[in-house]
Design a binder for this molecule. Sequence first.
Ligand code: SF4
Length: 100
Amino acid sequence: MQPVFREIAAEVKKAVTVPVAVVNGIRDMGTAEDIIRSGDADIISMSRPFIREPHFVLRWQKEDNSPSKCISCGKCMPIAVKSQSLECYEEKRLREEAKE
Ligand code: SF4
């Protein structure tokens, strides 16, 4: 999955003098580094990867730069709206499967 707003961020960056962040669909370190090195954006922003795996950036710091486990299914969003709490649907599903 390519970051959805990368091209838009690059266009915005050409028009402004403040740092530009890009979000949505960034799940691996190579893509994040490529965005920064290319100058398409100044800041990488992520949300759902932290819902699935709150400490995943620490993995990246420790040289385990495997992609985020978030599969971008979006099923955590209705849960958040309904229950006012953040929880990864996939993690919950896998936990329940493991119990069976
Ligand atoms: S529910 Fe889906 S989109 Fe949300 S954090 Fe889990 S894997 Fe990612």
